[in-house]
Design a protein around this ligand. Structure first.
Ligand code: HEC
Length: 162
């Protein structure tokens, strides 16, 4: 009897699981619908994000600005430990639903610049123990070229779901 119960319950469980996946898939698509891009007055590509996503981006950006300054500062005194800690923190970033949503909405070039920036910090962290300070600064420079490139090419505008 208990065995029969199991075999009755099994297809029900599978069906519920599949329904759940479909539901989840639909939610994801709605949440992460590609943002429309448009050309802003100043010629940059404007990418639409929600207010919460913009807030998330600004938080990341302050981390990038402060971290870049700290790395430059530490490179002036050859403080390898600080360089390594700060750079490895910026290389990883934190996985979060907002970060995921931003990624889904961003044009490929935007995402490449953002990933390239994290890779530059990763390269700094990886060589922090051995590289010369000039080499560290060179890597920081190539990372900061991505700040400039992204800011020159893109801006965020707000569109909240109705
Ligand atoms: C892939 C694109 C991209 C890269 C790379 C990038 N930024 Fe940004 N940044 C943005 C966008 C978009 C905003 C506007 C966010 C908003 O206000 O909605 C922004 C905003 C900022 C702000 C303003 C934050 C605030 O509080 O209003 C600062 C400062 C900043 N970025 C610094 C940097 C620095 C420093 C780097 C490199 C180390 C960098 N950014 C790299 C896209 C980028």
């Amino acid at each position: 009897m208990a065995r029969n119960g199991f075999w009755y319950a099994l297809p029900l469980g599978v069906a519920a699981g599949i329904l759940g996946m479909i539901q989840f898939g639909e939610n994801r698509v709605i949440e992460n619908a590609p943002a429309s891009e448009q050309i802003a007055d100043d010629g940059r590509t404007a990418v639409e994000f929600t207010g919460a996503e913009r807030q998330h981006i600004r938080g990341e950006m302050l981390g990038f600005l402060n971290g870049s300054q700290s790395i430059l500062d530490a490179s002036l005194t050859a403080d390898r430990q600080t360089i390594k800690t700060v750079a490895s923190g910026l290389a990883k970033g934190k996985a979060s639903p907002l970060g995921q949503a931003v990624k889904q909405k961003s044009p490929p070039e935007f995402t490449q610049l953002s990933q390239g920036l994290r890779q530059s910090f990763g390269a700094i962290a990886l060589t922090a123990d051995t590289a010369s300070m000039a080499e560290i600064q060179g890597k920081l420079n190539s990372g900061m070229q991505k700040c400039a490139a992204c800011h020159s090419g893109f801006k965020a505008i707000e569109r909240n779901p109705k």
